[in-house]
Design a protein around this ligand. Structure first.
Ligand SMILES: O=C(O)c1ccccc1N[C@@H]1O[C@H](COP(=O)(O)O)[C@@H](O)[C@H]1O
Length: 301
C-alpha cells in the first residue's frame, strides 16, 4: 500500500489520459470531396500553348496526327511538346484509322502517354495499340443516338470518349450532342466501364452544364478554346478549365434506365496497315472480333 509521498512518486504510475482538444481547423483532415472533372485541351500545335494549358491546370493535352485536320501538329513540334510535358500531363496523340506501325512510331518519337483512336478502329486494333505501345488507349465514338454509345461496350480500353456525329467529319466538329445520351452508358449494369471523356462543342459557357448532365471523368475541348484552328486563346483555355473545375458533379444522382433506341451498328473494321478513308466502311473486310470467335468456337477461349 503506498501511502507516503515517496511511495507515491516511486510507484509505477498509470498513463494519464491526454486532454482531448479539437484540432485547429487548418489541421483537420479535409472533408471527402468529389474530385473535379479533369480537362483535356486538344488540337495543340505549339509548345507555348501546351505549356500554358498545363500551367493553367489541364490534365491532358492532345495533338492531332490525322492529316485531314486543320489542327494537324507538325512532327518537330509534337516531339518538343512530348519531351517537355510528358511528366507533367498526359500527352495524347489523336489518330483516325492510322496504320498501327505509324501509331507505334509516333508514340515513341513524341513520348505519347495516351493514344486516342477517333475512327472506326475495332476492338482488336485497340488492344494491339495498348500492347505494342504501352500507352493508355482512349476509344472515341461519334454519337447520334443511344446505340452509338452502347457500341463502345465491347471496347475494354482505358477510356471511352463521346464526341458529336457529323457526316463526313471524324472529329473536331465544334458541335455538341445530347448529353443525356451519355446516361445510356451509365445505365449499363454490372461491369465497370472505362472512364468517360466527354467532348464535342464544349466551351467555357456550356461545359458546367455538360458535366452536371453527363458526369464524365474528363472533358475534352478543341475548337472552344481556340483563337483560330490550331492556335489557342489563353483566356479561353483558362476560362474553360475554371468552369470545368468548379462544376459540381452529381455523383450519386440515380442513373436512369435509358434504353438504346436502335440495335448496335455492324461490327467495326480493323484498320489495315495502310490508312483507310474515314468514310469507307469495311464491307468487304469483316472485323475480326475475338469475343465472337471465342463464343463460336469454345476451344478458342
Ligand atoms: O480536332 C480535330 O481536328 C479532330 C480531327 C479528327 C479527329 C478528332 C479531332 N478532334 C477531337 O474532336 C473532339 C472535339 O472537338 P471540338 O471541341 O468539338 O472542336 C475532341 O475529342 C478532339 O480530340
Amino acid at each position: 500500500m503506498a501511502d507516503t509521498p515517496s511511495d507515491l512518486t516511486s510507484a509505477p504510475s498509470a498513463p494519464r489520459p491526454r486532454p482531448v482538444r479539437a484540432a485547429p481547423a487548418d489541421r483537420r483532415p479535409p472533408a471527402k470531396q468529389t474530385p473535379t472533372t479533369r480537362v483535356k485541351i486538344c488540337g495543340i500545335t505549339r509548345l507555348d500553348d501546351a505549356v500554358h494549358a498545363v500551367e493553367a491546370g489541364a490534365w491532358a493535352i492532345g495533338m492531332i496526327f490525322w492529316a485531314g485536320s486543320r489542327r494537324k501538329v507538325g512532327a518537330d513540334e509534337a516531339q518538343a511538346i512530348g519531351a517537355a510535358l510528358k511528366r507533367q500531363a498526359e500527352v495524347v496523340g489523336v489518330f483516325v484509322n492510322a496504320p498501327l506501325p505509324e501509331v507505334a512510331r509516333l508514340v515513341d518519337a513524341c513520348q505519347l502517354t495516351m493514344v486516342q483512336l477517333h475512327g472506326e478502329e475495332g476492338t482488336q486494333y485497340c488492344s494491339e495499340v495498348a500492347r505494342r505501345t504501352g500507352a493508355k488507349v482512349i476509344k472515341a465514338a461519334r454519337v447520334r443516338n443511344g446505340s452509338d454509345v452502347t457500341a463502345l461496350r465491347p471496347f475494354h480500353t482505358d477510356y471511352h470518349l463521346l464526341d458529336t456525329y457529323l457526316e463526313g467529319t471524324p472529329g473536331g466538329t465544334g458541335e455538341s450532342f445530347d448529353w443525356e445520351l451519355a446516361r445510356v452508358r451509365r445505365a449499363a449494369r454490372g461491369e465497370r466501364s472505362p472512364k468517360l471523356i466527354l467532348s464535342g462543342g464544349l466551351r467555357p459557357d456550356n461545359v458546367a452544364d455538360a458535366i452536371r448532365i453527363a458526369f464524365p471523368f474528363a472533358v475534352d475541348v478543341a475548337g472552344g478554346t481556340e483563337a483560330s484552328p490550331g492556335r489557342k486563346d489563353p483566356a479561353l483555355v483558362e476560362a474553360f478549365i475554371a468552369a470545368a473545375s468548379s462544376a459540381r458533379r452529381i455523383e450519386d444522382a440515380p442513373a436512369p434506365e435509358v434504353e438504346a433506341d436502335e440495335p448496335p451498328p455492324a461490327a467495326a473494321f480493323e484498320p489495315p496497315e495502310a490508312p483507310a478513308p474515314i468514310a469507307a466502311p469495311a464491307d468487304d473486310q469483316p472485323a475480326f472480333d475475338p469475343e465472337a470467335a471465342a463464343s463460336a468456337d469454345p476451344t478458342a477461349r
